[in-house]
Design a binder for this molecule. Structure first.
Ligand code: SF4
Length: 96
């Protein structure tokens, strides 16, 4: 697993400059009261944007490690939790 060095949370991470989602973050975070169908459609758009993103891997790792909410690195909240659990089972001393 790649090691991602984290800066303090309130500091913009350098790689975020290169995200394909820049200026399109409304596709990545749920509005209040979002229904399941709307979420599915929104996340489909976000996923397509992520698949073309050059910083996908570092973004996904950052979001997993920081327990971010929203759609990051091609994953939604549930997928991120599942992956963290899977990594914790595979690497109990490394994953958090
Ligand atoms: S992987 Fe997705 S969420 Fe992460 S920076 Fe790229 S477009 Fe944005």
């Amino acid at each position: 697993m790649a090691v991602v060095e984290l800066l303090p949370r309130w500091v913009q991470q350098e790689w975020m400059e290169y995200g394909s989602c820049k200026g399109q973050t409304h596709h990545f975070f749920a509005p209040h009261g979002e229904q399941a169908e709307a979420r599915e459609a929104r996340e489909a758009i976000a996923g397509a944007i992520c698949r073309s993103c050059e910083v996908l891997e570092i973004c996904r790792e950052y979001a997993r490690r920081n327990r971010e909410q929203g759609y990051w690195g091609g994953e939604n909240d549930e997928q991120r939790v599942q992956m963290r659990r899977r990594e914790a089972r595979m690497h109990p001393r490394v994953a958090g």
